[in-house]
Design a protein around this ligand. Structure first.
Ligand code: C5P
Length: 306
C-alpha cells in the first residue's frame, strides 16, 4: 500500500512579532496563507524506516538535516509513541518548496508525514491530537495541516481559519541559499532594543482578505522580520524594488526569508511580472492562494466516492 499526501507552502501576509518570551520564542500575530506550491510525501509499508528526498532543481536540498534528525523523522516518532507503534515505513519526499526559504517547507513535510503515516498505520488519530503533535513539531506545522487563510497567535501554533473572499496571485522568487529562522529572529532582537511585548495586530490584513481587494491587501502587507532578513541579505532590497518596478502591487519577504513574494492584481498580471523578473532572476514562480492544507492525493485511476 502507498499513500501520497500533498502539503502547501505558506506565506505570511502579516507577521507581527513581539518581544522574545522566557522560552526563547516570540509572540506572534500573523496571517498565514497556503499557496499552490507543494511538497509531496509518499509512504509505503516497510520493515524498517527510511526517507528519500528528491527536489526541484532550484531547491537546495543539500541543506536538509541529516537522516534521523529530519522533522519527518521526529513526526514519525511522535505519532508512533502516541499509539505505542513501531515507526516503520519507506518515505519518499518530492520538494518544490524551497529549503530554509521562509515558506515552511519543513513544516509542510511534517504535516504531510503525520497525515500519511496516520493512514499507513491505520492509527485513527483525532484532529485534536494531530494538531497537538503538529504544534510540538514546530510553530508553523498546525497551519500546514489547516491550510487556507488563517490567523495565527501564540508562537504561531494557535490557528483559526479566517474569511477570505479573494483568489490571490503571487510571484515568488526563491534564493539559491537559505536563511536560518533562529538567526533571523536573533537579528530581529538585535535590531529592536526596546520591542513592544505585544505583536502588532493583523486587523488591517484580515479586513483586506475579507473584502477580496488586492489593492487594499497590497497596502496592508506587513512583516516585522523583513528588516532583519534584509540586514542579513541586503540584495533582497534590490529584488523587492525590481518586482515593484516590474508591475507588482507590492513585494514582501516571506516569513523569515529569503524568498520574496510579490502580490499581482490578477493571474495575467502575475505572469507579466514573472516574465519581466525572469529577464534578470534565475528562478521565478507563480502560485495562487488560498489552497487546502495537507491532504491525501487519490491514486491515479481511483474514482472519487459518489
Ligand atoms: O517553531 P520552530 O521550530 O519553527 O521555530 C524555529 C526557531 O525559530 C525557534 O527555535 C526560535 O528560535 C524561532 N522562533 C521564534 N519565535 C516564534 C517561532 C520561531 O523565536 N514564534
Amino acid at each position: 500500500m502507498s499513500i501520497t499526501v500533498r502539503a502547501p507552502a505558506k506565506i505570511n501576509l502579516h507577521l507581527g512579532v513581539g518581544a522574545v518570551r522566557a522560552d526563547g520564542f516570540h509572540p506572534l500575530d500573523t496571517v498565514y496563507q497556503a499557496i499552490g506550491l507543494y511538497d509531496d510525501l509518499t509512504v509505503r509499508s516497510d520493515k524498517g524506516w527510511g526517507i528519500d528526498v528528491r527536489a526541484a532543481a532550484y531547491v537546495a536540498s543539500g541543506a536538509l538535516p541529516p537522516p534521523g534528525l529530519n522533522i519527518v523523522d521526529r513526526a514519525a516518532r511522535l505519532l508512533a509513541d502516541l499509539h505505542g507503534l513501531d515507526p516503520v515505513g519507506a518515505v519518499d519526499i518530492y520538494k518544490d518548496i524551497p529549503v530554509a526559504g521562509g515558506m515552511a517547507g519543513g513544516s509542510a513535510d511534517a504535516a504531510a508525514a503525520l497525515v500519511a503515516l496516520d493512514r499507513l498505520w491505520q492509527a485513527g488519530t483525532s484532529d485534536d491530537d494531530l494538531l497537538r503533535l503538529a504544534a510540538a513539531l514546530g510553530s508553523d506545522v498546525p497551519f500546514a495541516l489547516l491550510g487556507g487563510s488563517a490567523h495565527g497567535t501564540g508562537r504561531g501554533e494557535v490557528v483559526r481559519q479566517v474569511p477570505d473572499a479573494g483568489t490571490w496571485w503571487w510571484v515568488l522568487v526563491p534564493s539559491a541559499e537559505g536563511l536560518s529562522t533562529p538567526e533571523v529572529y536573533r537579528r530581529f532582537d538585535a535590531l529592536n532594543d526596546d520591542p513592544d511585548p505585544l505583536p502588532l495586530s493583523s486587523t488591517v490584513v484580515l479586513a483586506a482578505l475579507a473584502a477580496g481587494d488586492p489593492h487594499a491587501l497590497a497596502a496592508a502587507l506587513h512583516n516585522d522580520l523583513q528588516a532583519a532578513a534584509l540586514d542579513l541579505r541586503p540584495d533582497l532590497g534590490d529584488l523587492l524594488e525590481a518586482g515593484e518596478r516590474a508591475g507588482a502591487l507590492r513585494g514582501l519577504v516571506s516569513g523569515s526569508g529569503p524568498t520574496v513574494v510579490f502580490l499581482a492584481e490578477s493571474s495575467a498580471a502575475a505572469r507579466e511580472v514573472a516574465g519581466r523578473l525572469a529577464e534578470d532572476v534565475a528562478v521565478v514562480l507563480v502560485a495562487n492562494g488560498p489552497v487546502a492544507g495537507a491532504h491525501v492525493v487519490p491514486e491515479v485511476g481511483t474514482s472519487w466516492p459518489t
